[in-house]
Design a protein around this ligand. Structure first.
Ligand code: SAH
Length: 239
């Protein structure tokens, strides 16, 4: 075992997860690919095995220590270099995942990750959430929408809730300002048909504070949301 094995082992053990050798190797290979790509490291903001495992892989997989994800289609909105979507996909091979990102180069990178890791039941949605959210094939389609480090909660609510099916859930991965952000987002959440269900605060293995907010979709989103590209960020649905 080299030190990278230990890093992953610590993540898996502290989350109380059990994963087989195939998933273990896929997680390692994914981190290896991230480490090889300077542009990706810039996006993720970190470039050491320690930080990739103890911060980003840990954070991505934390959700699995909280809940069992139902076997619905899952969307990662603003996946970037594949966080949290790729680690979750690796650990949930039976689930169908969609990775969405406005940046085509990132989607192309993720197609390569998919090939190299031999991932299945994985689809890509290149483009903006404002546009996918108004596409009848994708609007209110996903039983679970996850999103990490994409936009303030007030903006994300308008991007994510229209893509979530009634009865489904939107999972906001947030940092230390999470509570404040969610307070600010309460009007946008209710306008778009959501209701805050629960919140879990935790620390990464690096010590940083995080929280996961679970928002239930309780009624259909009115047809005017999401508004056109850029509008949710420029004129957030605040009080
Ligand atoms: N979730 C990743 C990436 C965060 S960076 C992580 O945790 O590391 C934010 C990503 O969201 C970028 O790749 C950006 O292209 C994408 N993004 C931002 N606004 C978007 C929108 N409106 N629609 C689709 N993708 C968006």
């Amino acid at each position: 075992m080299d030190s990278r094995d230990n890093l992953l082992q610590e993540v898996i053990e502290s989350l109380g997860l059990e994963i087989d050798v195939r998933k273990y190797n896929q997680l390692q290979k994914y981190v290896q690919i991230l480490l090889e790509r300077v542009s990706v490291q810039r996006l993720v903001g970190d470039n050491t095995p320690y930080l990739l495992y103890h911060k980003h892989i840990y954070d991505s997989l934390y959700l699995l220590s909280l809940m069992q994800l139902p076997l619905f289609e899952i969307l990662d909105l603003g996946t970037g270099a594949g966080l949290p979507g790729i680690p979750l996909k690796i650990c949930l091979p039976e689930h169908v995942f969609f990775l969405m990102d406005a940046n085509r180069a990132r989607i192309n990178f993720l197609r390569r990750v998919m090939r190299e890791l031999a991932l299945e039941r994985l689809h890509f949605l290149p483009g903006r959430a404002e546009e996918w959210g108004q596409n009848p094939d994708f609007r209110e389609r996903f039983g679970v929408v996850v999103s990490r480090a994409v936009a303030p909660a007030v903006v994300l609510a308008e991007l994510a809730l229209p893509l979530c099916s009634v009865g489904g859930q939107v999972i906001f991965y947030k940092g230390p300002r999470g509570n404040e952000e969610m307070r600010e987002a309460s009007k946008a959440i209710s306008i778009c048909g959501g209701s805050i269900d629960s919140c879990k605060q935790y620390r990464l293995l690096t010590g940083e504070e995080r929280c996961i907010y679970i928002v239930k979709k309780i009624k259909n989103t009115p047809p005017q949301y999401p508004r056109r590209v850029g509008r949710p960020a420029k004129q957030p649905l605040r009080d």
